[in-house]
Design a binder for this molecule. Structure first.
Ligand SMILES: Cc1cc2nc3c(=O)[nH]c(=O)nc-3n(C[C@H](O)[C@H](O)[C@H](O)COP(=O)(O)OP(=O)(O)OC[C@H]3O[C@@H](n4cnc5c(N)ncnc54)[C@H](O)[C@@H]3O)c2cc1C
Length: 368
């Protein structure tokens, strides 16, 4: 056997899994089809450390967000990964939305998020003078993190513990053998090679359904749907906002609603929207015609944003397990102990927050 464990995908999830497994196994390999780590979903997101307010009680998202958030804060503090507990407001701008705040507060409590505070409009104004709200929920345990800083640290720690990384190396086929798997990889120059591995972890993000397919998981279990999320940058003076500001989520929305997020440098972005990509085209351009929608959505709860201060920013793609009009789906963490396979599928938001908890879950599944 060439390796004890092979991880397909060096995004934040694959890196977290490799970092955890490298403490237990001697020969760990991580492959990624790109030229370095973190070139996929993990580099194109809001970088929010979510508290765990929105997810269905008992779901993996709910459980791993709450535990992952605390693991992540601890990791960032210990290893000096740039982050900030900046807090977050969820704002209600009309009576119907106040009822939605009640529902969110109850859901959060049921999921183990016990630190939410209810704020009156006057308290919101004192906290964030540029926010318009009739009432709000304040989440003190929401924060922001440098996703790249986190991945850099996970990569360095896994490497130091002996993990081998092979970039520009794409998993293309798997044969299951009595003692493990024979994984065929293709390098950028077209050469192919087979490696044998005792355990095989599928952390391939947007392509985890494809990898699951050649690992033998039925397509109906692994199916992924792509949802693009575009962002708009806001030219605002530093200090215009000090917390993240979210609207109440719209029921039909596949995201959390167009929110205002902060970068660690104080810059403000709006987004992401949620655009279904039926053809799964990996296109990260931001359509400037969508700026008007961003402006309309954010003007409901942010003061002082003229249309002229919005610019197209970046976009990411969510690997979701649901199509339009389907109910919200959970992460899929599927282990096949006989084959020595673990699949991590549909790891959309809050996957960054939950990454260290997902890694623990994988360790528990494989007895590491
Ligand atoms: C718009 C948007 C906003 C988000 N905001 C947040 C947020 O604020 N907070 C939060 O907690 N989460 C957020 N998320 C979710 C979070 O970004 C993801 O859950 C997380 O980054 C997923 O990491 P990953 O490692 O699974 O995937 P990826 O980072 O995509 O890594 C998968 C890797 O697998 C590689 N790969 C694929 N196929 C193969 C193959 N055949 N062979 C070899 N390598 C392969 C890819 O190159 C890639 O590097 C957001 C996501 C999006 C899209």
């Amino acid at each position: 056997m060439d390796f004890d464990v092979t991880v397909v995908g060096a995004g934040v999830v694959g890196l977290a899994v490799a970092e955890a497994l490298s403490k237990v196994f001697g020969r760990v390999l991580v492959i990624d089809k790109e030229e370095g780590f973190g070139r996929g979903v993990s580099s194109r997101n809001s970088e929010v450390i979510h508290a765990g307010i929105y997810y269905l009680q008992g779901s993996l998202k709910a459980r791993l967000c709450v535990s992952g958030r605390e693991l992540l804060y601890g990791f960032c503090e210990r290893h000096r990964v740039p982050h900030r507990r900046c807090g977050k407001l969820i704002v209600a701008t009309c009576a119907e939305e106040i009822a939605e705040l009640d529902r969110l507060e109850a859901n959060a409590r049921a999921c183990g998020v016990t630190d939410l505070e209810r704020l009156t409009w006057a308290q919101v104004r004192a906290m964030e003078p540029n926010v318009r709200a009739r009432e709000a929920l304040y989440s003190p345990s929401t924060g922001i993190v440098s996703a790249h800083g986190l991945m850099r640290k996970l990569f360095a720690r896994a490497k130091k513990a002996g993990t081998l990384f092979s970039f520009e190396t794409e998993a293309v086929a798997v044969e299951t053998e009595a003692s493990g798997s024979r994984l065929t990889v293709r390098y950028r120059d077209g050469r192919q090679e087979a490696v044998t591995t005792g355990l095989l972890i599928n952390a391939a993000g947007l392509f985890s359904d494809r990898v699951a397919g050649f690992m033998g998981l039925p397509p109906e279990t692994a199916a992924l749907h792509w949802w693009k999320g575009e962002y708009a940058a806001l030219d605002l003076p530093a200090g215009h906002l000090t917390t993240l500001v979210y609207p109440v989520p719209e029921p039909a929305n596949q995201g959390l609603g167009t929110h205002a997020t902060l970068g660690l440098d104080g810059t403000v972005r709006l987004g992401p929207n949620a655009l279904y990509l039926p053809d799964k085209e990996e296109d990260y351009r931001v359509d400037p015609s969508h700026l008007a929608d961003f402006h309309r959505a954010a003007s409901r709860y942010l003061k002082g944003i003229a249309p002229s201060i919005l610019r197209p920013d970046m976009a990411g793609i969510r690997p979701k397990r649901q199509k339009p009009n389907d109910p919200a789906a959970d992460f899929l963490i599927h282990s096949d102990p006989l084959k020595g396979h673990v699949h991590l599928i549909g790891i959309e938001s809050p996957g960054l927050t939950a990454s260290l908890a997902i890694a623990r879950e994988v360790c528990a599944l494989i007895g590491g």
